[in-house]
Design a protein around this ligand. Structure first.
Ligand SMILES: NC(=O)c1ccc[n+]([C@@H]2O[C@H](COP(=O)([O-])OP(=O)(O)OC[C@H]3O[C@@H](n4cnc5c(N)ncnc54)[C@H](OP(=O)(O)O)[C@@H]3O)[C@@H](O)[C@H]2O)c1
Length: 256
């Protein structure tokens, strides 16, 4: 049976690299490519050496997600793996009133977008007693990053949400995996003008993500250097975190 994979945010960066790497692994794979940019999705779909379907949708809109999920299932059946990867990033500040709307947009995509991606599948997965839900969070979700509160909080909320549904899915045969990448080269990081330690290409990140998914890990941070830093960040007392984080790099304020 060919593996079927549904990937959001497939039109660029990590999602595009994931689609390409899955296609290279097995030409029998079927991939659902979700994003808002139709041209990018179609050109990726045409370039892949496996079967794929371009699905134009906005993850922040549940109706739009239900529509493309139904379209995928109608033509290919239930996917084996659903990867909620679509995400946006921007610096945000509490002092700026126009940031209130931006903060909402970041949560609509990075948090609600994941729920909108999983919800149309979950009852079908329960019925068929199979499925794997994967979310791409971030090392930025481990502690509150100054100047990027909304991005950091959206990824932190996602880590906890994924933990909740992992436990909820424990007694059924549905796997749940949360992945926290460090810096990966993409449109999102191309906007950063500060040093990004251990940054890796999106192809290398995609290979790591595929490996984590194949091992059905519950939660994983990569690269290994960031896994160590992430665990340290997690246990640092607040006063030390404050001292370290106050002079940290600041994300630019345009939404990417
Ligand atoms: N790059 C990093 O260093 C890094 C580190 C940790 C975690 N992450 C996470 O990894 C994921 C992918 O990021 P990336 O670096 O690949 O960024 P990217 O190159 O900017 O790609 C983001 C993808 O998300 C899609 N997207 C954004 N909003 C969407 C929406 N409302 N509906 C549907 N698709 C939407 C975009 O496609 P359209 O514009 O076509 O919709 C694009 O395909 C994100 O969740 C990000 O937070 C990235």
């Amino acid at each position: 049976m060919p593996k079927k994979i549904f990937i959001t945010g497939a039109s660029a960066g990590i999602g595009k690299a994931l689609s390409e790497q899955y296609a290279l692994l097995d030409k029998n794979t079927v991939i659902g490519l979700v994003g808002r940019n139709k041209d990018n999705l179609l050109s990726l779909s045409n370039s892949l050496p496996c079967k794929s379907i371009a699905l134009v949708a906005d993850v922040s809109n549940i109706k739009s997600m239900k529509k493309v999920v139904n379209k995928f299932i109608k033509s290919h059946g239930l996917p084996d793996i659903v990867i909620a990867n679509a995400g946006v990033s921007s610096g945000t500040l509490l002092t700026i009133s126009s940031d209130i709307e931006k903060i909402k947009k970041i949560f609509d995509t990075n948090f609600h977008g994941v729920i909108n991606t999983f919800h149309p599948f979950i009852n079908k997965f329960i019925k068929s007693n199979q499925g794997h839900l994967v979310a791409i969070s971030s090392v930025a979700g481990i502690r509150g990053l100054p100047g990027a509160g909304a991005y950091s909080a959206s990824k932190a909320a996602l880590i906890n949400y994924m933990e909740s549904i992992r436990v909820e899915c424990h007694s059924i045969n549905v796997n749940v995996t949360t992945i926290l990448p460090g810096y990966v080269k993409s449109n999102m990081t191309d906007a950063n003008d500060y040093p990004m330690p251990f940054i890796m290409s999106s192809d290398k990140a995609a290979k790591k993500i595929i490996n984590i998914i194949s091992k059905k890990k519950r939660c994983a941070i990569f690269p290994w250097q960031m896994a160590i830093i992430g665990r340290l960040m997690h246990i640092l007392p607040s006063f030390i975190w404050d001292l370290l984080a106050k002079n940290g790099p600041k994300k630019k304020r345009n939404l990417i």
